[in-house]
Design a protein around this ligand. Structure first.
Ligand code: NAP
Length: 368
Protein backbone atom coordinates (compact mmCIF):
# COMPACT_ATOMS: atom_id res chain seq x y z
CA UNK A 1 0.00 0.00 0.00
CA UNK A 2 2.83 2.45 0.76
CA UNK A 3 5.00 1.52 -2.26
CA UNK A 4 3.35 3.27 -5.18
CA UNK A 5 2.93 6.77 -3.85
CA UNK A 6 3.79 9.28 -6.58
CA UNK A 7 5.87 12.39 -6.02
CA UNK A 8 3.32 14.73 -7.62
CA UNK A 9 -0.46 14.94 -7.72
CA UNK A 10 -3.48 16.81 -9.04
CA UNK A 11 -4.47 19.66 -6.73
CA UNK A 12 -6.53 22.86 -6.82
CA UNK A 13 -4.47 25.61 -5.25
CA UNK A 14 -5.77 28.98 -3.98
CA UNK A 15 -3.21 31.66 -4.85
CA UNK A 16 -4.81 34.69 -3.18
CA UNK A 17 -8.11 36.41 -2.35
CA UNK A 18 -10.29 37.02 -5.38
CA UNK A 19 -12.43 35.31 -8.02
CA UNK A 20 -12.28 31.85 -9.54
CA UNK A 21 -9.05 32.78 -11.31
CA UNK A 22 -7.34 32.45 -7.93
CA UNK A 23 -8.23 28.74 -7.82
CA UNK A 24 -5.73 27.01 -10.09
CA UNK A 25 -5.72 23.33 -11.08
CA UNK A 26 -2.26 21.72 -11.10
CA UNK A 27 -1.22 18.27 -12.32
CA UNK A 28 2.23 18.33 -10.74
CA UNK A 29 1.80 19.63 -7.19
CA UNK A 30 4.08 17.90 -4.64
CA UNK A 31 2.53 15.03 -2.68
CA UNK A 32 2.81 15.91 1.03
CA UNK A 33 5.02 13.84 3.32
CA UNK A 34 3.50 12.92 6.69
CA UNK A 35 5.52 14.11 9.66
CA UNK A 36 5.60 12.61 13.13
CA UNK A 37 2.04 11.97 14.34
CA UNK A 38 0.54 12.47 10.86
CA UNK A 39 -0.98 10.20 8.24
CA UNK A 40 -1.00 10.47 4.44
CA UNK A 41 -4.42 10.00 2.84
CA UNK A 42 -5.36 9.14 -0.72
CA UNK A 43 -8.41 11.39 -1.10
CA UNK A 44 -11.48 9.70 -2.59
CA UNK A 45 -13.95 12.59 -2.25
CA UNK A 46 -14.15 16.05 -0.72
CA UNK A 47 -17.29 18.05 0.07
CA UNK A 48 -17.63 21.75 -0.74
CA UNK A 49 -18.20 24.38 1.92
CA UNK A 50 -18.74 28.10 2.37
CA UNK A 51 -15.53 28.64 4.33
CA UNK A 52 -13.65 27.99 1.08
CA UNK A 53 -15.84 30.49 -0.80
CA UNK A 54 -15.66 33.06 2.01
CA UNK A 55 -11.89 32.80 2.37
CA UNK A 56 -11.31 33.07 -1.38
CA UNK A 57 -13.61 36.08 -1.72
CA UNK A 58 -12.42 37.67 1.59
CA UNK A 59 -16.01 37.64 2.90
CA UNK A 60 -14.70 37.33 6.48
CA UNK A 61 -13.11 40.78 6.19
CA UNK A 62 -14.59 43.32 8.59
CA UNK A 63 -14.78 45.58 5.54
CA UNK A 64 -17.57 43.37 4.16
CA UNK A 65 -21.19 43.71 5.31
CA UNK A 66 -22.89 41.74 2.55
CA UNK A 67 -24.39 38.29 2.04
CA UNK A 68 -22.18 35.56 0.62
CA UNK A 69 -22.16 35.77 -3.18
CA UNK A 70 -18.81 34.22 -4.02
CA UNK A 71 -17.74 37.46 -5.71
CA UNK A 72 -14.34 38.83 -4.74
CA UNK A 73 -14.39 41.67 -2.23
CA UNK A 74 -12.85 44.66 -3.94
CA UNK A 75 -9.70 45.79 -2.15
CA UNK A 76 -9.20 42.57 -0.18
CA UNK A 77 -5.68 42.31 1.18
CA UNK A 78 -3.53 39.57 2.64
CA UNK A 79 -4.58 40.45 6.17
CA UNK A 80 -8.24 39.73 5.29
CA UNK A 81 -8.10 36.34 6.82
CA UNK A 82 -9.88 33.08 7.30
CA UNK A 83 -12.82 32.30 9.57
CA UNK A 84 -10.46 32.56 12.59
CA UNK A 85 -9.28 36.10 11.84
CA UNK A 86 -5.65 35.24 11.11
CA UNK A 87 -4.32 35.97 7.63
CA UNK A 88 -4.25 33.19 5.06
CA UNK A 89 -0.96 31.83 3.88
CA UNK A 90 -0.89 31.28 0.11
CA UNK A 91 -0.63 29.03 -1.78
CA UNK A 92 -3.30 27.04 0.05
CA UNK A 93 -5.17 23.85 -0.88
CA UNK A 94 -8.70 24.27 0.47
CA UNK A 95 -11.34 21.58 1.09
CA UNK A 96 -12.44 20.57 4.59
CA UNK A 97 -14.62 17.51 4.10
CA UNK A 98 -12.20 14.87 2.90
CA UNK A 99 -12.80 11.13 2.86
CA UNK A 100 -10.12 8.69 1.77
CA UNK A 101 -7.75 5.87 2.64
CA UNK A 102 -4.70 6.07 4.91
CA UNK A 103 -1.71 4.97 2.81
CA UNK A 104 1.28 5.99 4.93
CA UNK A 105 1.86 6.92 8.57
CA UNK A 106 4.48 9.16 10.18
CA UNK A 107 6.56 8.28 13.23
CA UNK A 108 4.59 7.35 16.29
CA UNK A 109 1.39 6.39 14.43
CA UNK A 110 0.04 2.86 14.49
CA UNK A 111 0.44 0.99 11.19
CA UNK A 112 -2.98 -0.56 11.77
CA UNK A 113 -4.46 2.62 10.25
CA UNK A 114 -2.91 1.85 6.86
CA UNK A 115 -5.59 0.76 4.40
CA UNK A 116 -8.48 2.08 6.51
CA UNK A 117 -11.15 4.28 4.91
CA UNK A 118 -11.49 7.37 7.09
CA UNK A 119 -13.39 10.63 7.42
CA UNK A 120 -11.28 13.61 8.42
CA UNK A 121 -12.36 15.73 11.38
CA UNK A 122 -11.53 19.21 10.09
CA UNK A 123 -10.70 20.74 13.46
CA UNK A 124 -6.97 21.17 14.01
CA UNK A 125 -6.23 21.20 17.72
CA UNK A 126 -3.40 21.29 20.18
CA UNK A 127 -3.89 17.69 21.29
CA UNK A 128 -2.33 18.51 24.67
CA UNK A 129 -5.01 21.17 25.14
CA UNK A 130 -7.86 20.03 22.86
CA UNK A 131 -10.62 22.14 24.41
CA UNK A 132 -8.73 25.40 23.93
CA UNK A 133 -10.58 27.21 21.13
CA UNK A 134 -7.81 29.80 20.85
CA UNK A 135 -5.54 27.07 19.52
CA UNK A 136 -8.00 25.66 16.98
CA UNK A 137 -7.48 25.77 13.22
CA UNK A 138 -9.37 24.31 10.29
CA UNK A 139 -8.30 21.79 7.68
CA UNK A 140 -8.14 23.57 4.32
CA UNK A 141 -7.78 26.98 6.01
CA UNK A 142 -4.83 26.95 8.39
CA UNK A 143 -3.25 23.95 6.63
CA UNK A 144 -3.71 22.30 3.24
CA UNK A 145 -6.94 20.35 2.82
CA UNK A 146 -8.70 17.90 0.56
CA UNK A 147 -8.94 19.45 -2.93
CA UNK A 148 -6.06 17.22 -4.01
CA UNK A 149 -5.32 13.58 -4.69
CA UNK A 150 -3.37 13.26 -1.43
CA UNK A 151 -3.41 15.11 1.85
CA UNK A 152 -1.85 14.76 5.27
CA UNK A 153 -3.28 15.38 8.72
CA UNK A 154 -2.80 14.45 12.38
CA UNK A 155 -3.73 10.84 13.09
CA UNK A 156 -6.00 12.22 15.84
CA UNK A 157 -8.23 13.71 13.12
CA UNK A 158 -8.90 10.57 11.11
CA UNK A 159 -11.85 8.37 11.96
CA UNK A 160 -12.44 4.95 10.42
CA UNK A 161 -16.14 4.47 9.74
CA UNK A 162 -18.06 1.23 9.35
CA UNK A 163 -20.71 1.87 6.70
CA UNK A 164 -21.70 0.88 3.16
CA UNK A 165 -22.15 4.53 2.16
CA UNK A 166 -20.09 5.68 -0.83
CA UNK A 167 -17.06 7.95 -0.45
CA UNK A 168 -18.99 10.86 -1.95
CA UNK A 169 -21.91 10.32 0.42
CA UNK A 170 -19.55 10.25 3.41
CA UNK A 171 -17.95 13.49 2.22
CA UNK A 172 -21.26 15.35 2.75
CA UNK A 173 -21.19 14.98 6.52
CA UNK A 174 -18.24 16.30 8.48
CA UNK A 175 -18.38 20.10 8.40
CA UNK A 176 -22.17 20.45 8.22
CA UNK A 177 -23.17 17.79 10.72
CA UNK A 178 -20.54 18.59 13.34
CA UNK A 179 -21.56 22.24 13.10
CA UNK A 180 -25.25 21.39 13.35
CA UNK A 181 -24.79 19.02 16.28
CA UNK A 182 -22.63 21.60 18.05
CA UNK A 183 -25.41 24.19 17.56
CA UNK A 184 -28.01 21.84 19.04
CA UNK A 185 -25.71 21.06 21.97
CA UNK A 186 -24.99 24.75 22.57
CA UNK A 187 -28.75 25.44 22.64
CA UNK A 188 -29.33 22.33 24.81
CA UNK A 189 -32.07 21.09 22.46
CA UNK A 190 -34.19 18.23 23.83
CA UNK A 191 -37.28 16.31 22.79
CA UNK A 192 -39.40 19.01 24.45
CA UNK A 193 -38.29 21.70 22.02
CA UNK A 194 -39.62 23.08 18.78
CA UNK A 195 -36.70 24.33 16.67
CA UNK A 196 -36.91 26.81 13.80
CA UNK A 197 -34.14 26.11 11.25
CA UNK A 198 -32.96 28.60 8.63
CA UNK A 199 -31.14 27.69 5.40
CA UNK A 200 -32.85 24.33 5.69
CA UNK A 201 -32.02 23.19 2.16
CA UNK A 202 -28.30 23.71 2.76
CA UNK A 203 -25.63 21.53 4.30
CA UNK A 204 -25.96 22.70 7.91
CA UNK A 205 -29.72 23.32 7.69
CA UNK A 206 -30.54 19.84 6.40
CA UNK A 207 -28.18 18.40 9.02
CA UNK A 208 -30.02 20.38 11.70
CA UNK A 209 -33.32 18.81 10.64
CA UNK A 210 -31.97 15.28 10.82
CA UNK A 211 -30.03 15.79 14.04
CA UNK A 212 -32.86 17.63 15.84
CA UNK A 213 -35.23 14.84 14.78
CA UNK A 214 -32.71 12.30 16.06
CA UNK A 215 -33.01 13.78 19.54
CA UNK A 216 -36.80 13.95 19.34
CA UNK A 217 -37.25 17.69 18.87
CA UNK A 218 -39.86 19.10 16.45
CA UNK A 219 -38.43 21.07 13.53
CA UNK A 220 -39.81 23.85 11.42
CA UNK A 221 -37.70 24.42 8.29
CA UNK A 222 -37.34 27.78 6.53
CA UNK A 223 -36.22 27.47 2.91
CA UNK A 224 -36.58 28.91 -0.58
CA UNK A 225 -39.95 28.30 -2.23
CA UNK A 226 -38.71 25.97 -4.95
CA UNK A 227 -37.12 23.63 -2.44
CA UNK A 228 -40.07 23.01 -0.10
CA UNK A 229 -40.83 19.47 -1.32
CA UNK A 230 -37.20 18.35 -1.19
CA UNK A 231 -36.77 19.84 2.29
CA UNK A 232 -40.02 18.27 3.47
CA UNK A 233 -38.54 14.90 2.50
CA UNK A 234 -35.70 15.44 4.99
CA UNK A 235 -38.29 15.16 7.77
CA UNK A 236 -39.27 18.45 9.46
CA UNK A 237 -42.70 18.83 11.04
CA UNK A 238 -43.38 21.78 8.74
CA UNK A 239 -41.75 23.85 5.99
CA UNK A 240 -42.13 27.63 5.66
CA UNK A 241 -41.17 29.72 2.65
CA UNK A 242 -38.44 32.13 3.71
CA UNK A 243 -40.10 34.84 1.60
CA UNK A 244 -43.16 34.81 3.91
CA UNK A 245 -43.88 38.41 4.85
CA UNK A 246 -44.88 37.62 8.42
CA UNK A 247 -42.96 34.79 10.06
CA UNK A 248 -45.16 34.73 13.16
CA UNK A 249 -48.36 34.14 11.18
CA UNK A 250 -46.59 31.66 8.87
CA UNK A 251 -45.54 29.73 11.97
CA UNK A 252 -49.08 29.86 13.30
CA UNK A 253 -50.42 28.46 10.04
CA UNK A 254 -47.76 25.72 10.02
CA UNK A 255 -47.70 24.53 13.65
CA UNK A 256 -50.61 26.25 15.38
CA UNK A 257 -48.51 28.73 17.40
CA UNK A 258 -46.42 31.74 16.50
CA UNK A 259 -43.35 31.01 18.63
CA UNK A 260 -40.64 28.38 19.02
CA UNK A 261 -38.25 27.37 21.81
CA UNK A 262 -35.10 27.49 19.71
CA UNK A 263 -33.93 29.20 16.54
CA UNK A 264 -30.96 27.49 14.87
CA UNK A 265 -29.71 30.02 12.35
CA UNK A 266 -27.08 29.98 9.60
CA UNK A 267 -28.57 32.80 7.49
CA UNK A 268 -29.03 36.05 9.51
CA UNK A 269 -29.72 38.95 7.12
CA UNK A 270 -32.96 40.89 6.79
CA UNK A 271 -35.14 38.17 8.31
CA UNK A 272 -33.15 38.20 11.55
CA UNK A 273 -35.43 40.48 13.66
CA UNK A 274 -38.37 38.21 12.84
CA UNK A 275 -36.36 35.14 13.86
CA UNK A 276 -35.64 36.64 17.26
CA UNK A 277 -39.22 37.81 17.57
CA UNK A 278 -40.36 34.22 17.00
CA UNK A 279 -38.63 33.03 20.18
CA UNK A 280 -40.79 32.26 23.18
CA UNK A 281 -39.90 33.68 26.61
CA UNK A 282 -36.76 31.93 27.82
CA UNK A 283 -36.03 30.84 24.24
CA UNK A 284 -32.58 30.08 22.82
CA UNK A 285 -30.94 31.39 19.67
CA UNK A 286 -27.91 29.58 18.32
CA UNK A 287 -25.99 30.70 15.24
CA UNK A 288 -23.19 29.25 13.11
CA UNK A 289 -23.42 31.34 9.96
CA UNK A 290 -24.66 34.49 8.28
CA UNK A 291 -24.88 33.60 4.61
CA UNK A 292 -27.78 36.05 4.13
CA UNK A 293 -25.85 38.93 5.71
CA UNK A 294 -23.69 39.34 8.84
CA UNK A 295 -24.99 42.75 9.98
CA UNK A 296 -28.46 42.57 11.53
CA UNK A 297 -30.92 44.84 13.32
CA UNK A 298 -30.90 43.87 16.99
CA UNK A 299 -33.53 45.21 19.39
CA UNK A 300 -31.97 44.64 22.81
CA UNK A 301 -35.39 44.93 24.45
CA UNK A 302 -36.55 41.69 22.84
CA UNK A 303 -33.38 40.00 24.08
CA UNK A 304 -33.56 40.96 27.74
CA UNK A 305 -37.30 41.32 28.25
CA UNK A 306 -37.82 37.77 26.94
CA UNK A 307 -34.92 36.27 28.91
CA UNK A 308 -33.35 34.92 25.74
CA UNK A 309 -30.06 33.01 25.58
CA UNK A 310 -27.73 33.44 22.60
CA UNK A 311 -24.94 31.05 21.68
CA UNK A 312 -22.43 31.22 18.86
CA UNK A 313 -21.26 27.87 17.54
CA UNK A 314 -18.04 27.33 15.66
CA UNK A 315 -15.29 25.27 17.37
CA UNK A 316 -16.89 22.14 18.85
CA UNK A 317 -15.37 19.95 21.56
CA UNK A 318 -13.67 16.85 20.06
CA UNK A 319 -16.36 14.38 21.17
CA UNK A 320 -18.91 15.78 18.69
CA UNK A 321 -17.09 14.17 15.76
CA UNK A 322 -17.08 10.79 17.48
CA UNK A 323 -20.82 11.16 18.09
CA UNK A 324 -21.28 11.85 14.37
CA UNK A 325 -19.45 8.64 13.43
CA UNK A 326 -21.86 6.74 15.69
CA UNK A 327 -24.93 8.33 14.04
CA UNK A 328 -23.59 7.33 10.59
CA UNK A 329 -22.78 3.78 11.63
CA UNK A 330 -26.20 3.34 13.23
CA UNK A 331 -27.97 4.77 10.14
CA UNK A 332 -29.50 7.57 12.23
CA UNK A 333 -28.68 10.16 9.57
CA UNK A 334 -28.76 9.94 5.79
CA UNK A 335 -26.47 11.66 3.27
CA UNK A 336 -27.94 14.30 0.97
CA UNK A 337 -25.58 14.16 -2.00
CA UNK A 338 -26.75 16.60 -4.67
CA UNK A 339 -23.97 16.15 -7.25
CA UNK A 340 -20.39 15.03 -7.79
CA UNK A 341 -17.81 16.63 -10.09
CA UNK A 342 -14.21 15.75 -10.96
CA UNK A 343 -11.75 17.83 -8.93
CA UNK A 344 -10.55 19.39 -12.17
CA UNK A 345 -14.03 20.97 -12.49
CA UNK A 346 -13.94 22.65 -9.08
CA UNK A 347 -14.84 26.03 -10.61
CA UNK A 348 -18.05 24.57 -12.05
CA UNK A 349 -18.79 22.68 -8.84
CA UNK A 350 -18.26 25.78 -6.68
CA UNK A 351 -20.41 27.92 -8.97
CA UNK A 352 -23.23 25.35 -8.61
CA UNK A 353 -22.68 25.39 -4.84
CA UNK A 354 -22.98 29.21 -4.84
CA UNK A 355 -26.06 29.15 -7.09
CA UNK A 356 -27.90 27.10 -4.42
CA UNK A 357 -30.30 25.26 -6.66
CA UNK A 358 -29.41 22.04 -4.83
CA UNK A 359 -30.43 20.43 -1.53
CA UNK A 360 -27.69 18.96 0.69
CA UNK A 361 -24.11 19.19 -0.54
CA UNK A 362 -21.89 18.92 -3.61
CA UNK A 363 -18.71 16.83 -3.69
CA UNK A 364 -15.58 16.68 -5.87
CA UNK A 365 -13.56 13.55 -6.61
CA UNK A 366 -9.82 13.82 -7.38
CA UNK A 367 -9.49 10.39 -9.06
CA UNK A 368 -11.88 9.86 -11.97
N1 NAP B 1 -19.41 28.30 12.20
C1 NAP B 1 -19.05 27.21 11.53
O1 NAP B 1 -18.21 26.44 11.96
C2 NAP B 1 -19.72 26.94 10.22
C3 NAP B 1 -19.71 25.66 9.67
C4 NAP B 1 -20.43 25.43 8.49
C5 NAP B 1 -21.07 26.48 7.86
N2 NAP B 1 -21.02 27.71 8.40
C6 NAP B 1 -21.71 28.84 7.77
O2 NAP B 1 -23.10 28.60 7.80
C7 NAP B 1 -23.72 29.13 6.64
C8 NAP B 1 -24.51 28.03 5.96
O3 NAP B 1 -23.60 26.98 5.63
P1 NAP B 1 -24.09 25.74 4.77
O4 NAP B 1 -22.92 24.89 4.56
O5 NAP B 1 -25.33 25.17 5.32
O6 NAP B 1 -24.47 26.51 3.44
P2 NAP B 1 -25.24 26.04 2.14
O7 NAP B 1 -25.19 24.57 2.00
O8 NAP B 1 -24.70 26.89 1.09
O9 NAP B 1 -26.74 26.44 2.47
C9 NAP B 1 -27.10 27.74 2.82
C10 NAP B 1 -28.60 27.91 2.59
O10 NAP B 1 -28.99 29.18 3.09
C11 NAP B 1 -30.13 29.62 2.38
N3 NAP B 1 -30.03 31.04 2.13
C12 NAP B 1 -30.85 31.96 2.67
N4 NAP B 1 -30.48 33.19 2.30
C13 NAP B 1 -29.43 33.05 1.49
C14 NAP B 1 -28.62 33.98 0.77
N5 NAP B 1 -28.80 35.29 0.82
N6 NAP B 1 -27.60 33.47 0.05
C15 NAP B 1 -27.39 32.16 -0.02
N7 NAP B 1 -28.14 31.23 0.64
C16 NAP B 1 -29.14 31.70 1.40
C17 NAP B 1 -30.23 28.77 1.12
O11 NAP B 1 -31.33 27.92 1.29
P3 NAP B 1 -32.81 28.34 0.89
O12 NAP B 1 -32.72 29.01 -0.44
O13 NAP B 1 -33.56 27.07 0.86
O14 NAP B 1 -33.27 29.26 1.96
C18 NAP B 1 -28.99 27.90 1.14
O15 NAP B 1 -29.23 26.59 0.69
C19 NAP B 1 -22.60 29.72 5.80
O16 NAP B 1 -22.51 31.10 6.07
C20 NAP B 1 -21.36 29.01 6.31
O17 NAP B 1 -20.19 29.78 6.14
C21 NAP B 1 -20.37 27.96 9.56
Amino acid sequence: MTDNIPKTMHAVVLTGHGGFDKLKFHRDWPVPVPESGEVLIRVAACGLNNTDVNTRSAWYSKGNNDATTGDALVGAEGEDGTWGGASVSFPRIQGADAVGTVIRVGDGVTHSLIGRRVIIDGWLRDWNDPLNREKAGYFGSECDGGYAQYTKVSHQQVHPVDTTMSDAELATFACSYVTAENMLNRAAVTDEDTVLITGASGGVGSALIQLANRRGAKCVALCGAGKADAVKAVGPLAVIDRASANLGSALHDAIGKDSVDVVADVVGGVLWPQLINALTRGGRYTCAGAIGGPIVEFDLRTFYLRDLTFTGATVPPPGVFQDLIGYIERDQIQPLLAATYPLEELHTAQQAFIDKRHVGNIVVKPFV
